[in-house]
Ligand binder design. Structure first.
Ligand code: ARG
Ligand code: ZN
Length: 835
């Protein structure tokens, strides 16, 4: 049942051109396909098809009786060149999996990555089969879209050979915001952002982000767009964030639609990043694609890295980097430390959709960042230019990518390549000492065992570091040491003991264990030149205190609170940075750290310790908060740019602290005064935490009509419920008339919020959170296996917890595993989680 990387073989017969006609109908859509096929070697042609009603198959015009076995059609003794015609019937309206052709909010749309095309028609549904496409859409609907350039109404031609997963079709009653872009090569490109009537007026930020992305890719990577039109479509029902279909990107509407009244600063930032991400795929993914799905990181890791670079250029480099590290640690380190750990390039899978993971995406991006650090910015540019020149139009492997670096930069990447094959987060232990004018740094690396990989070899880890004197002046600027052995040391002659600023910019995705005196950490927090290390120093200080306070009633020391206050009130520092530095490590982060240290985490005690620390911070800052919040006021109308967003973020952080002191008085005023959704949500969260009885009803009556805003309403109530109420709140909300299990965003807004934002609620000691959650996984699995499988990752940390909780979770996992008719997606996940 599992597919293995080592078994890769090219197809004996390929398809070079695809001609498709769609006769759209919700219950019975007819798909007529003409595949131009060519033999490349000996063997049978095996086509993929799933949930198709096959009506007719013909080879070179002569009808044949196809040999169909389950999801495969086998064509034996095919000639050297021929045309294969098929006619099938599919039912978009009954497609609740949201894979293939389905209907969302009255419009037809598609999602073909990874293996959805086979649910549309018979085809070699694999990324190394690249073909040109002609598509004809027959329907009365006014807007008919597909890939490439429009030849006539509803007729599209895509001249760029592409794999099936990049195919797309959209049909509906849609309206567009239109614009144009002229490429550096002089091509006039029509740009459209298509939405349902009623959503016009919320597309301008996505359009703006698109134009900036196009200009950025030309300027930074020398990549220009290659068709006469670029369409973006927003759909409400979507399993993931968005999809880079050639010339026709399809988006989860939450990553397109924004207005100041309905979207938060975080929404705007996500839109900017995801629009860029999908656009950047046009070169890293589409023009150069993946040979097979094991190479997914080749396009995703690289494209995430590119979207991170773009965001750093558009916004604050420091704040973006810290945010990206926070995401990596929250999702990828968590994944790497549990039963779902897998390499950036997995070696086998049962269901590929289960491998669109933080490891493939986010760690995949870190691997690109490390490469760039090792070969330098210019070397990176040379290698990437070679990659584009050499592999344009091809379906490639990680080896092809690395070979470009080895040739362009004259490096040997044999050891570096372990980043693609060894799972687990390396632990780097750093100890430093100073004796008689000699400063010595001892480093040790250990890569922990992960499922199927008990023993690991040392990796090539770029460690960027600098040295400060004890007064906080930098005495050695950042240099990069590439650690390659299990143990190494560095020595420096110095007059006095320096302070080590290690892992600057988070130069590698590792866990750093570097004990340090508080005074030195405080020094780094106040004065390091590297913003990541500044933030990290504050983070470590906070974490140590929180961990000490868990289960104990210890007072928080004045030194730390003074440092927190100094940062909060430092008007010279970027407000966005101050907001990040004032935020405490999350409950899940603390649980992971405790587990890492061999301590069984208690979710309630963690929750209480964080509240305790927030209360102490609030008291320390109490007299300063009103003036600090006034200083965060932004002038004029709401503007989503980073500068204003940073002020709002700091203001929200302070409002949160204030709520600990005034029971919600300031938050109530802020809610009433809010003229944008960012401020409104910040106040709403505070009021929910303060136990305000009426604010949820008021919010609901104001926003009932708005799908995306109501997602926030659902999520906030679960996230900010007291832990003992959280499961009941989630239950009540899943029974709400606006709860729709067919809409992934809505489902995530309740179930995702419970597990991600209210861990103490989810882990209720009597197991009611687990039971509730498992019930929903089973119910959703019958409709949308990708969604149930994704949500099941909430259980990946189960081995961290006490024996009682483990037994309760295990019982739910067993119950799910024993259920008849479980999807391949969910059964693979549950099997791996159980271990
Ligand atoms: N390639 C898309 C992106 O990252 C993700 C689509 C994945 N979809 C899926 N069903 N596995 O931008
Ligand atoms: Zn992507």
């Amino acid at each position: 049942q599992a597919v293995h990387l080592k078994d890769y073989a090219p197809v004996p017969v390929t398809v070079t051109h695809v001609d498709l006609t769609f006769r759209l109908d919700p219950q019975a859509t007819r798909v007529l396909a003409r595949l131009t096929c060519e033999r490349r070697g000996p063997g049978d042609m095996v086509l993929d098809g799933e949930a198709l009603r096959t009506i007719r198959v013909a080879l070179d015009g002569a009808e044949i009786a196809p040999e169909i076995e389950g999801d495969r059609m086998i064509l034996r003794d095919a000639p050297d060149a021929f045309v294969l015609e098929t006619e099938v019937e599919i039912a978009p309206e009954r497609n609740t999996e949201l894979s293939g052709l389905y209907i969302s909010g009255g419009m037809y749309c598609t999602q073909c990555e990874a293996e959805g095309f086979r649910r549309i028609t018979w085809m070699l549904d694999r990324p190394d089969v690249m073909a040109t496409y002609d598509v004809r859409i027959e329907s009365d609907l006014p807007v008919l879209l597909s890939n490439g350039d429009e030849v006539a109404q509803g007729v599209w031609r895509d001249p760029w050979p592409k794999p099936t997963y990049l195919f797309a079709l959209v049909a509906g009653d849609l309206v567009a915001e239109a614009d144009t872009f002229t490429t550096s090569e002089g091509r006039e490109v029509a740009l459209n952002v298509w939405v349902r009537p009623g959503d016009e007026g919320r597309t301008s930020y996505a359009m703006d982000a698109l134009k900036r992305s196009m200009a950025w890719d030309e300027r930074v990577y020398g990549r220009a767009y290659d068709l006469s039109v670029f369409n973006i479509v927003a759909v409400d029902d979507f399993n993931m964030g968005a999809m880079e279909n050639k010339g026709l990107n399809i988006f989860n509407s939450r990553y397109v639609l924004a207005s100041p009244e309905t979207a938060t600063d975080a929404d705007y930032a996500n839109i900017e990043r995801i629009v860029a991400h999908e656009y950047f795929h046009n070169w890293t993914g589409n023009r150069i694609t993946c040979r097979d799905w094991f190479q997914l990181c080749l396009k995703e890791g690289l494209t995430v890295f590119r979207d991170q670079q773009f965001m750093q250029d558009m916004r604050s480099q420091a704040v973006q980097r810290i945010g990206d590290v926070m995401t990596l640690r929250a999702r990828q380190f968590r994944e790497d430390a549990g039963p779902l750990a897998h390499p950036v390039r997995p070696e086998s899978f049962v269901e590929i959709n289960n491998f669109y993971t933080a490891t493939v995406y986010e760690k995949g991006a870190e691997v690109i960042g490390m490469l760039r650090r090792i070969v330098g910015a210019e070397g990176y540019d040379r290698a990437v230019a070679l990659y584009f020149a050499r592999h344009d139009g091809e379906a490639c492997t990680v080896e092809d990518w690395l070979a470009c670096f080895e040739e362009a930069c004259d490096v040997d990447l044999a050891q570096f390549k372990l980043w693609y094959s060894q799972a687990g987060t390396p632990h780097v232990e750093v100890r430093d000492s100073f004796n008689d004018g000699l400063y010595r740094i001892d480093m040790k690396q250990v890569v922990p065992p992960t499922p199927g990989q008990p023993d690991k070899a040392p990796m090539a880890i770029p460690l960027a570091f600098g040295l400060l004197d004890t007064a906080g002046n930098e005495i050695r600027e950042t240099e990069v040491h590439v650690m390659t052995q299990a143990e190494e040391h560095l020595t420096f002659e110095m007059a006095e003991r320096p302070v080590l600023s290690m892992l600057r910019g988070f130069s590698g995705p590792v866990m750093l264990d570097h004990p340090m005196e508080d005074v030195d950490r405080l020094r780094l927090l106040a004065q390091d030149t590297d913003p990541f290390c500044r933030w990290e120093a504050g983070r470590r200080l906070a974490k140590e205190r929180l961990i000490a306070a868990i289960g104990e009633d210890v007072a928080l020391d004045a030194d730390w609170l003074d440092a927190v206050a100094a940062l909060a009130t430092d008007a010279t520092a970027d407000p966005a940075f101050r907001a990040l530095a004032l935020a405490l490590p999350s409950e899940d982060d603390l649980a992971g750290s405790l587990h890492e240290a061999g301590v069984v985490p208690d979710p309630d005690a963690i929750y209480a310790a964080r509240r305790h620390a927030q209360m102490a911070m609030a008291e320390r800052l109490s007299s300063a908060i009103p003036a600090l919040r006034d200083a965060c006021a932004t002038a004029g109308q709401y503007d989503p740019r980073a500068e204003d967003a940073g002020k709002r973020a700091l203001s929200a952080t302070l409002l949160r602290l204030q709520t600990f002191l005034d029971g919600g008085a300031a938050a109530r005023a802020a809610y009433d005064a809010a003229d944008n959704m960012t401020d409104r949500m910040a106040a709403f969260a505070c009021l929910l935490e303060a136990g305000d009885e009426s604010v949820a009803a008021r919010f609901e009556s104001d926003w009932r009509h708005d799908r995306l805003v109501m997602d926030k309403w659902f999520a906030a109530q679960v996230s900010h419920a007291a832990p003992r109420d959280a499961v009941d709140v989630a239950k009540r909300l899943t029974a709400h008339s606006l709860f729709d299990p067919a809409n992934p965003n809505r489902v995530r807004s309740v179930l995702g919020a419970l597990t991600a934002a209210n861990p103490a609620g989810f882990h209720a000691p009597d197991g009611r959170g687990y039971r509730f959650y498992a019930d929903w996984l089973l119910r959703l699995d019958g409709m949308n296996p990708q969604l149930s499988a994704r949500l099941s990752t909430a259980f990946e940390t189960w081995r961290r917890y006490d024996a009682d909780r483990q037994a309760l979770i295990s019982a739910q996992l067993d119950r799910i595993a024993a259920t008849d008719g479980l999807s391949r997606d969910l059964s693979e996940m549950i099997g791996r989680i159980r271990g």
